[in-house]
Design a protein around this ligand. Structure first.
Ligand SMILES: Nc1nc2c(c(=O)[nH]1)N[C@H]1C(S)=C(S)[C@@H](COP(=O)(O)OP(=O)(O)OC[C@H]3O[C@@H](n4cnc5c(=O)[nH]c(N)nc54)[C@H](O)[C@@H]3O)O[C@H]1N2
Ligand SMILES: Nc1nc2c(c(=O)[nH]1)N[C@H]1C(S)=C(S)[C@@H](COP(=O)(O)OP(=O)(O)OC[C@H]3O[C@@H](n4cnc5c(=O)[nH]c(N)nc54)[C@H](O)[C@@H]3O)O[C@H]1N2
Ligand code: SF4
Ligand SMILES: [Mo]
Length: 674
């Protein structure tokens, strides 16, 4: 049976599930898919094991212990639907629909069951619920790119095979979307030079030809410095600048304010290294830039993406296959996401995902969490916990596993996993649409998100017909936008073939006919081209270390955080500390430390390493608090603060300090040992 990986990963792999006697027995990467080419990853290789795990939630449950205790009794779906329907109706009548916060995360990106299609939106519109701004991941970068190119969409990642210089900029390819690596290797075989720009010497940086260990949050300054060298070399593409871009005169002035010497001071990189890369950039066509979400999780993250996106405008790289910038291909996907906002009786407020701690106030009476694990994945964890303990808050969590968030639920509803439901997907790192056919029956009483909403609508007596559309009807509607890129892409074909490439040329070179901006040109824009990170602008204070919290190699966000083997392989929670910073604090390798700031703290095992520069520490996201010593995750120290664009999150832009934890103080920790 052909399916697709639902996880929030650019690669959206095609998989083949073998079913014997109604049971899924093997799952393999589809060898025929041009991007998957037969491989899954260290995480999803355990998907079947995970789907059968002993801790899988199989039945609806009602809280019996105090909030946060995670103590539940099994109830029937009938009881669960009666109770949730009655509570929702009561809340709408007494407080209005906006007292409901439908908190949808990225547990699945499916267009039917998850984030990309905003599952449940019709239902919430009929109730008049608050709007949920899913800003947790990529919004600052999307906004910055849109200002320049008119869309976050850029290069087809497959065309990196044709690049001659590849900048892996704030992206850990081998961990967070490794299928791109094949195309990078192809380019290398043809002579390409690969540079990683990352404060951490990641496994990707280790494989690159060169690694620039930049000071966090200073990438826009580096981009300006590189363009400064391009101008000094006289290598800007004057024809492209004159005919295909707008705002060049002003932007050129901005570039001239950033000579390599100044950029070296800001970025902490050597002048010679900046100049050498600038010269290389000036004379290597095509240059392909792979920048993903890492660089935009900063105070100036949107601006960083905007300024980096200016580079191909200056070099004219958009002329060539293998040139330009690739952030997310989502801008090239033109499915008809009909959110049915016409069903709203009146405009409603918007609540922001990463501001759960601030915005979950008395005005919210029901928090409906689905596809999300905010107690582990969202900033300002300690304040979220306080909010979730509120007695008059009705919390429903729709889940597959007993996560940190489930512990705070009043009602828990069991959700299907990908092999058990239908869904439509599009990669955000490739150019294919994918169909996921259910391979097996759901275990226990698990239901797909779509079916849960249909049943709840019926129990509430809602009469809007579109609330009862079937999964296949929803998929047909999504495919019916009439956009030329979907010509020939039908549901029948998807179901038969598993995946279909968008109807675009191969190789795909975007913007040859102009940019989807107001001027039709690449827009350099105005305003500051570099916004310093919080960690640089904050006055010297009690927390001197800059913390990065990147993707874990063994988890996908907090998904798989409870898989015993992947947890063991993560060796975590761990924190990377430079030898200088460790010595100053009397920290030894392998010792447990508390990482803390004014928000709170979490515990991690110290790994002393030159992989991080002095002043920078790193600890991966994805661990569950309840399985960690001390009961908290990295997000206990992450501020609930907005990036410069789109209210993006600032996961890599926080100040902390470390102290050793004496063995006695954590001996009574409820957690597994790492
Ligand atoms: N294995 C695995 N894969 C994943 C995920 C996962 O949790 N695990 N998460 C998925 C999700 S949700 C997403 S959004 C993507 C994210 O994928 P990535 O964009 O790769 O996200 P991060 O790991 O946050 O950051 C990437 C790199 O940016 C670096 N970085 C941080 N700050 C800066 C900076 O200021 N400048 C520069 N130049 N580099 C910086 C980090 O050190 C890190 O190595 O990956 C997806 N893939
Ligand atoms: N410190 C730090 N924190 C981060 C980040 C970081 O870089 N650093 N990155 C952020 C990013 S990029 C992202 S995208 C967010 C992700 O944060 P979340 O959106 O909270 O995603 P997950 O933590 O993976 O939790 C998803 C949950 O959805 C469940 N799930 C999966 N499929 C389904 C389904 O079909 N139905 C239902 N009901 N549930 C399902 C899974 O079991 C899982 O528990 O985390 C953010 N958190
Ligand atoms: S997590 Fe990414 S690399 Fe792993 S199977 Fe899913 S799409 Fe492929
Ligand atoms: Mo994400």
């Amino acid at each position: 049976m052909l399916g697709a990986c639902p996880l929030d990963c650019p690669d959206t792999c095609s998989w083949v599930v073998t079913v014997r006697d109604g049971e899924a027995v093997t799952m393999r990467g589809n060898p025929d898919h041009p991007y998957t080419r037969g491989a899954l990853c260290v995480k999803v290789n355990r998907y079947l094991e995970h789907a059968k795990a002993a801790d899988r939630i199989l039945h609806p449950m009602r809280r019996v212990g105090p909030k946060g205790s995670g103590r539940f009794e099994r109830i029937s779906w009938d009881e669960a639907l009666d109770e949730t329907a009655a509570r929702l109706r009561g809340i709408v009548e007494e407080h209005g629909g906006e007292a409901i916060w439908p908190y949808l995360g990225t547990g699945t990106l499916g267009y039917l069951q998850g984030a990309e299609g905003v599952a449940g939106r019709r239902f919430w519109n009929v109730l008049g619920a608050s709007r949920h701004h899913l800003n947790i991941c990529s919004v600052a970068g999307n906004t910055g790119l849109r200002q320049v190119n008119g869309t976050p969409g850029g290069m087809d990642p497959e065309t990196f095979a044709l690049s001659k210089l590849i900048l892996l900029w704030g992206t850990n390819t081998l961990t967070s979307g490794h299928h791109l690596w094949k195309f990078i290797q192809e380019a290398r075989a043809a002579g390409a030079y690969v540079v990683a720009i990352d404060p951490i010497r990641t496994r990707t940086a280790e494989q690159a030809d060169e690694h620039l260990p930049i000071r966090p949050g200073t990438d826009a300054a580096l981009a300006l410095g590189l363009m400064n060298v391009v101008l000094a070399e006289g290598a800007e593409d004057r024809d492209y600048l004159a005919n295909r871009t707008s705002g060049w005169a002003d932007f050129r002035e901005e570039i001239l304010r950033y000579p390599p010497e100044r950029v070296a001071e800001i970025t902490g990189l050597p002048v010679a290294g900046i100049r050498a890369l600038g010269v290389r950039l000036a004379h290597t066509r095509p240059t392909g830039i792979r920048a993903t979400m890492g660089i935009q999780r900063h105070a100036g993250g949107g601006t960083a993406m905007r300024t980096i996106a200016a580079i191909p405008g200056v070099t004219g790289d958009w002329r060539h296959p293998g040139g330009g910038i690739a952030y997310s291909t989502s801008g090239h996907i033109h499915l008809d996401i009909d959110t049915r906002d016409d069903l709203l009786a009146r405009p409603v407020r918007t609540l922001t995902m990463t501001r759960l701690a601030d915005e979950l106030d008395e005005s919210v009476k029901c928090l409906w969490v689905y596809g999300a694990n905010p107690m582990a994945s969202t900033s300002d964890q300690n304040r979220i916990r306080e909010r979730l303990l509120r007695e008059d808050l009705f919390t429903v969590v729709v889940e597959q596993f007993p996560t940190d968030t489930v512990d705070y639920a009043d009602i828990v509803l069991p959700a299907t996993m990908q092999i058990e439901h239908a869904d439509l997907h599009a990669g955000y790192g490739h150019m294919y649409l994918m169909w996921n056919e259910p391979a097996v029956e759901p275990p226990g009483e698990c239901l797909p998100t779509t079916e849960t909403f249909r049943r709840l609508a019926a129990r509430m007596g809602l009469t809007e017909p579109s609330l009862y559309d079937s999964d296949l009807e929803l998929a047909e509607q999504l495919l019916s936008s009439g956009h030329p890129s979907l010509e020939g892409v039908t549901l029948d074909r998807l179901r038969k073939e598993g995946w279909v490439r968008l109807n675009v040329p191969q190789p795909f070179v975007p913007f040859t006919e102009g940019f989807p901006t107001p001027s039709g040109r690449l827009e350099f824009g105005s305003g500051p081209a570099y916004v310093p990170p919080h960690t640089a602008s904050a006055a010297p204070g009690p927390y001197p270390l800059s913390l990065i919290t990147p993707a874990s190699h063994t988890f996908l966000n907090t998904t798989f955080g409870n898989n015993p083997e992947l947890l063991r392989r993560s060796k975590g929670p761990r924190v990377l500390v430079n030898p200088e910073d460790a010595a100053r604090r009397g920290l030894g390798d392998g010792q447990r430390a508390r990482v803390f700031n004014g928000n709170g703290g979490f515990e991690a095992v110290v790994e002393i390493s030159e992989k991080v520069r002095p002043g920078v520490v790193a600890s991966a996201k994805g661990h569950w608090g309840k399985l960690s010593p001390g009961g908290a995750t990295v997000n206990a120290v992450v501020d609930g603060r907005d990036a410069d664009m789109g209210r993006g999150a600032v996961y890599h832009d926080n100040l902390v300090d470390l102290v050793p934890v004496s063995p006695s103080s954590s001996a009574d920790s409820p957690a597994l040992s790492p």
